[in-house]
Design a protein around this ligand. Structure first.
Ligand code: ES4
Ligand code: ZN
Length: 320
């Protein structure tokens, strides 16, 4: 499973930070964030909402473009180890320069250069998707979209929204999504991880994304499942993340196989792997164990993912 070539569409860059890396950076900078670590060194939190706080605390020690370059190197080394040949990562100008376009450009340059070095040494290709953060509110999303629009191109290819999907409503973020779309960015929105099937419907109606981050709770609304299948909406499923955070009580209860059987385009990603103690390899092993997915199914999943990737056709040809 480790060696199967994998395409990963849903990975938060800071969410890929190995805890030892964050701990080391905190030590270098003399900041005390010991409360976010367990004794054995892993991250600790009570639930998804506390996870978002711990995530923000960990991210707080990443304060310079150089820190993000080191982070990118660490994350891509890990991904390459698990057979990932192409990844798209969520980037947050909220954390990278606080929404200032000039500062954001410096962060993005550092991340991109580190990614290009990783491509040369590990053969893994990365593209970026800017995300605004829902619980920071619609006002914050505007400068974030402007950062994204300013740097849109062959590397920064998408715009999306992460964060607490129980806060606010997608239609409040229309300005940001219109701004990004006009700059040529492709659109993906987190929904249907915590907000139920209705949150997927709301995201589709308000923001017209071509992909949905998670989206799995759509399974509770048969008409919505039909709509996803008919419109070819791609779900960035993160089953290991969902099981770890308790969205589903165990692997058997996860709807990824039911969605696939109903003709929905599903893909597999890890979301924030070291925060959940998972890897692409462990997710593939679990999908094999619990749903009997074999090499043929994984090949189909990865074709779907490459098809839905936001990079250009020449890049896809190189990866396929
Ligand atoms: C998230 Cl803001 C953020 N960061 C990392 N993972 C997430 N999942 C949902 N929102
Ligand atoms: Zn996510």
């Amino acid at each position: 499973m480790r060696d199967l070539p994998k395409i990963e569409l849903h990975l938060h860059l800071e969410g890929g930070a190995p805890p030892a890396f964050i701990r080391g950076l905190a030590r270098e900078k003399n900041v005390d964030i010991s409360g976010i670590f367990r004794e054995d060194g892993g991250y600790t939190y009570r639930d998804f909402w506390h996870f978002l706080q711990v995530y923000e605390a960990a991210t707080g020690v990443l304060t310079t473009p150089e820190d993000y370059a080191r982070l990118t190197t660490a994350v891509l080394e890990q991904s390459a180890t698990h057979g990932v040949v192409y990844a798209e990562t969520f980037l947050s100008p909220d954390f990278c320069g606080g929404g200032d376009v000039g500062a954001w450009r410096d962060y993005l340059t550092a991340i991109r250069e580190a990614a290009e070095a990783a491509e040369r040494s590990h053969g893994i290709t990365l593209r970026g998707i800017v995300t605004c953060i829902r619980h920071f509110g619609p006002e914050r999303s505007r400068p974030i979209a402007e950062c994204a629009a300013d740097t849109a191109g062959d590397w920064l290819t998408g715009f999306g929204m992460a964060g607490d999907e129980l806060k606010g409503k997608p239609s409040d973020f229309r300005w940001a999504f219109d701004c990004a779309r006009e700059a040529g960015l492709r659109i993906t929105v987190h929904a249907g991880e915590w907000g139920g099937a209705a949150s997927v419907r709301d995201a589709l109606d308000a923001l017209n994304p071509e992909r949905i981050g998670h989206g799995v709770q759509a399974i509770d609304d048969p008409a919505l499942v039909d709509r996803l299948a008919e419109d070819g909406i791609v779900l960035e499923c993160c089953p290991g993340s969902n099981v770890f955070l308790g969205v589903y009580k165990d692997w058997r209860s996860h709807p990824i196989e039911k969605l696939r059987a109903r003709g929905v385009k599903v893909t597999v990603s890890t979301d924030d792997p070291p925060f959940f103690g998972i890897t692409m390899t462990s997710d593939y092993e679990n999908l094999n164990r619990h749903f009997g997915w074999d090499e043929e199914v994984f090949a189909e999943i990865n074709r779907t993912a490459l098809d839905a990737a936001f990079c250009d056709a020449a890049t896809k040809d190189k990866i396929a």
